[in-house]
Design a protein around this ligand. Structure first.
Ligand code: HEM
Length: 502
């Protein structure tokens, strides 16, 4: 009997909770968006499942069911609105909360003053003027990469994730952190292994509601595994900082020796100017001070180092590998990309390109864009709204809603991209709405590293394409894409290569 009473009480409470919810302003505003029917208190959680690996498909099915327009999902007490229009990106400046467990209060995961001041500090090292120096580093690392790949020439398929991750890490650590690393000689490095798991953990954590209840999550094995990954990331971050501190100290001593005529403030200002003009991101952080004048603590700097090291190498690696896969899949496109290389670098085909020449590789650029459209590198981004957000159609997302920018919806909108499932780089030679293609996000919280990303990806792809022809990996090697926090293939990108020089 007691059990019956208990059940009746719980059901009554749930119904009462549901009654109150439905009378709230928030609910009334959200009711303007279509969505699947909800269960009191749980919303659509039961539908999303308790194991998230299926969630991209579930979301995609919902999006199709609701006519491929903005729709809502109730994750228990949390309301998510899935937006298929990226013009809303120009407004929200809230943080990306999903990555907090890994990157603490970094520029991507903080908000308010901390976010503003760090972004301002870092932005200079991502400007056009420092790209030439960065390109020289990437070009040099490309030579090492080509030499490594040589052993696969004409042989079994090679997994490009495995080699491009360390290549991008070496390039990034040297150009943005001022530290020469050698990950390409050790692609199985513990940092690469650990960072390869972040995407899974962040995605699961984000889409499995109960895992965000700290007391429950801390009891799981997954929590302990996550802590080990975080430890490895931090160890790497502190290593980079301590190496750069030594390098920077030496660099400053050299500047002082070479400018013995300068004294006091004049010397200090010359040192500062010379270090800054080097454009190394980590130097900006190491030389900056807190509002009280004391140096920024290593813990704070390490959060930025961890974030940029991870996002910078992972996103670019995935994008480039997916481009190579498309080149192998569409030989006509590959032929055209190769011909463009011939025409842009006609004078000396084997030399390294300049930045201007990278800019002239318009067809390669269109192929990269079409790849990011059809296999979105970052398939969705989410922001928790602090204030109401009015959409262009007049509807309002109430404060507290999770606004999810859904790139699948944006990039597969047939009104904007006719025949959206067709791989057609030509479409990027036609004019597009300014917000139709924003894979690096837009507005005040857009991607800090997008210029670096374009340069590093074009330089690496240019070198690879001039050296090798790319062929599909064969039966059983077709990529199995997972649209998690970052899109990646479960079985890597396995392709055959054939030297163009033989
Ligand atoms: C193909 C490559 C890349 C893509 C598609 C990409 C995409 C994005 C997107 C969509 C965001 C917004 C995320 C959000 O709001 O939740 C973002 C933010 C960010 N990205 Fe990238 N990114 C790429 C490469 C890079 C690189 C190479 C770096 C650094 C070297 C970088 C550093 C950052 C940082 C620091 C932020 C946070 C900015 C802020 O919140 O103020 N990204 N990126």
């Amino acid at each position: 009997m007691l059990v019956v009473y208990l059940i009746i009480s719980v059901i009554s409470l749930l119904l009462f909770h549901d009654y109150l919810t439905r009378r709230s302003r928030k609910w009334k505003l959200l009711s303007k968006f279509p969505g699947d029917p909800t269960v009191p208190f749980f919303g659509n959680i039961l539908q999303m499942g308790f194991d998230t690996d299926e969630y991209p498909k579930i979301l995609s099915d919902m999006w199709k069911r609701h006519g491929k327009v903005n729709f809502k999902v109730m994750m228990g007490p949390e309301a998510w609105v899935i937006l298929s229009h990226s013009s809303e990106l120009s407004k929200p400046i809230e943080r990306n909360a999903a990555m907090v467990p890994f990157f603490g209060n970094s520029v991507s995961t903080s908000e308010g003053d901390r976010w503003r001041s760090t972004r301002k500090l870092m932005i200079d090292s991502f400007q056009f003027k420092s790209l030439d120096k960065r390109l020289a580093v990437v070009n040099r690392n490309c030579d090492t990469l080509i030499a490594k790949l040589g052993e696969f020439d004409g042989k079994e398929p090679v997994d490009f994730y495995y080699y491009l991750k360390p290549h991008m890490l070496d390039s990034l650590c040297e150009s943005l952190m001022g530290v020469k690393t050698n990950y390409l000689d050790n692609p199985g490095h513990e940092y690469i292994a650990a960072s390869g798991k972040i995407v899974n953990y962040v995605t699961r954590h984000y889409f499995t509601h109960w895992k965000r209840i700290d007391t429950l999550f801390k009891l799981t094995e997954e929590y302990r595994e996550m802590q080990n990954i975080i430890k490895t990331l931090r160890k790497n971050g502190y290593y980079i900082i301590s190496e750069r501190k030594k390098g920077l100290k030496k660099f400053i001593e050299e500047i002082k020796e070479n400018n013995a005529a300068l004294k006091g403030r004049e010397l200090e200002s010359h040192v500062k100017h010379t270090v800054e003009s080097n454009g190394c991101m980590l130097d900006f952080l190491l030389m900056s001070t807190l509002p009280n004048g004391s140096p920024v603590p290593d813990d704070m700097i390490r959060e930025e180092v961890d974030l940029v090291t991870f996002t910078g190498h992972y996103t670019t690696t995935m994008t480039m590998c997916h481009v190579l896969y498309n080149l192998a899949k569409y030989p006509d496109v590959q032929k055209r990309v190769y011909e463009e290389q011939n025409s842009v670098l006609s004078a000396d085909f084997s030399r390294q390109p300049y930045n201007q020449e990278l800019n002239d590789m318009k067809y390669l650029e269109a192929v990269i864009k079409e790849t990011m459209r059809i296999i979105p590198t970052v398939p969705k981004i989410a922001r928790q709204l602090k204030e109401d957000l009015q959409l262009e159609d007049g509807r309002v997302l109430p404060a507290g809603t999770e606004a999810v920018i859904y790139y699948e919806g944006i990039f597969f909108n047939s009104d904007v991209y006719p025949e959206p499932h067709k791989f057609n780089p030509e479409r990027f030679f036609e004019p597009l709405h300014p917000y139709a293609f924003v894979p690096f996000s837009a507005g005040p919280r857009n991607c800090l590293g997008f210029r670096y990303a374009w340069m590093a990806m074009k330089a690496t792809l240019s070198k690879l394409i001039r050296q090798y022809e790319f062929l599909e990996g064969g039966p059983g090697r077709e990529p199995l894409f997972d649209y998690k926090l970052i899109t990646e293939s479960q079985n890597g990108i396995q392709l055959k290569i054939k030297s163009r020089r033989s």
